[in-house]
Ligand binder design. Sequence first.
Ligand SMILES: [Zn+2]
Length: 148
Amino acid sequence: MIFICDVMLGKLSKYLRILGFDTIHITSMAELYRYKKEYSPPIFFTKRRRQKISYSNCTFIESNDVFGQLLEIRDIIKPYIDGKTLMKRCIQCNILLNNTEKDDIEGLVPEFIFHAYSVFRTCPICRKVYWKGSHAEHMEKWIKEIIL
Ligand SMILES: [Zn+2]
């Protein structure tokens, strides 16, 4: 499932990527209309309530807070959440992360992180290194509480 977030929903787009979704964060409406003609256009999340949008698959977001936003779209995204894809996408680049040998990331993460964890992933585009640290546990707990 692909989602599109408007320019005002940057944080939501990152959370959707953490949840594993292919999420496009558009910065102009012209980008959106590229998807308009598709048979099954991606769902577009937007805060542009006052603006007329001629895009068929639109969901308006009220909340200014990302957790409130996730609650608003919970019923839409819930059927597509796959536990196997959680936290496997770069939150910046929206691309799937590569599993990486521990030896290959030595020097790229703080020493205590290198010694404390054994599973690392890297983004093939920006090279950011991800690991399953305390933030991941916090995130999983949060996902279970809010989404599931
Ligand atoms: Zn990246």
